[in-house]
Design a protein around this ligand. Sequence first.
Ligand code: GTP
Ligand code: MG
Length: 416
Amino acid sequence: MDVSSIVALLVVLGFVALGVAATIRLGRKKDEAAREAEEPRPPAPSLRLDPGVGAGKSAPSPEAAPVRKPEPARKAEVPKEPPAAPAEAGAPAGREKALIIPLPVVKPLGAGLERTRTEGFVGRLAALFRGGTTVDAALLARVEEVLLTSDIGVKTTGDLLEALRVRFRPSGGDLVREVLDFLKGEVQGMLAGLPHGVPDLPPPPGPAVVMVVGVNGTGKTTTIGKMAFFFKHQGRKVLLGAGDTFRAAGADQLQVWGERVGVPVVSGADRADPGSVLFEAAKRARDEGHDLMIADTAGRLHTNVNLVEELKKVHRVLGKVVPGAPHEVVLVLDATMGQNAVRQADIFRQAVKVTGIALAKLDGTAKGGVVLSIARDMGVPIRFVGVGEGLRDLRPFDAAEFADALFAGPTEGAPS
Ligand SMILES: Nc1nc2c(ncn2[C@@H]2O[C@H](COP(=O)(O)OP(=O)(O)OP(=O)(O)O)[C@@H](O)[C@H]2O)c(=O)[nH]1
Ligand SMILES: [Mg+2]
């Protein structure tokens, strides 16, 4: 075979190879098309809501993602809410990530203070100053009456009145706005001295232990559920201990919250010794690598003496399992009780050293001014405020944010 024949043969072989390759590719495309025709197309990507992780001050704007207003639930019922979506349990994977709209872990404070701003002392003060131009003795006397009959406490009443008398000088603008701005500055200053907000818990590996106490019905179990959600999104591995064995269904209620948040709950039988249930819970938290254990406790026993003794015992037991525990004792107060909430706290303060307050039900009351009384008269930092019954309805307390939300306009709803 001469050279030209060999070249011709190679050219022919080349064409044959190209033809075979093209046929194979065409075949694959056909297969794909056939598969697509057989399988239903995935639905167009729908937008999912994700709670995000930046709680508190860094939470995204509430306008970006409206939060459902929860229905009020009857006492001791766990309000219905779908369990946390998988995306809530951690960072979403792959393509889903681009479709997530961040939703704050916590609800904005403004909504929770609406009634205090309109019907409470802020609204009533605004009504007094509306249309006025000067602040005379007669007006100040009426201001005193409003403050004394509100829930801000005697000490705060005296201090605010004195500040208005001595330092407030209207500049001729809108008097209501000027007074509210002045009071905002005063309130911020009054609250500034205490380390409010999320407690400084020992960092992982823990477990850090939080003991939650308070009168029955104030919102302990609900607050624990919301706290578990909050701390889980801070990256903590949370375990709950059902130490309220006195009230039938107390443990079940915590169990429901545990399922909703996606954290384990250690509980005992009804009427089991709360010390032994919480001993077991703390031990499991320690041995299984949880870095936060939150203990629920009874709000009522046969007598207050029993209650005090039981809380003391639980406190001791937690310290036996985890040295230094409990690292935080949160007293849950019911904001709708106003000044009575402060008085009710005494019994718990006799039993254990309360290191922080969670003020529940701020959304359902015009008595939000009680925050000032709690912080100043009790001298205990406010850790969280509850603004509803949903997972996200717990807000780390920030004094500046509180004063801003409290004295923000408009106050048209105020009585005149
Ligand atoms: N609107 C509103 N309701 C709340 C809030 N916190 C709790 N609640 C409701 O208050 C009621 C009592 O709450 P619980 O968590 O059961 O109170 P508790 O202190 O554990 O009560 P006991 O277990 O009986 O001692 C329930 O209906 C809760 O849904 C809140 O921040 N806002
Ligand atoms: Mg409870």
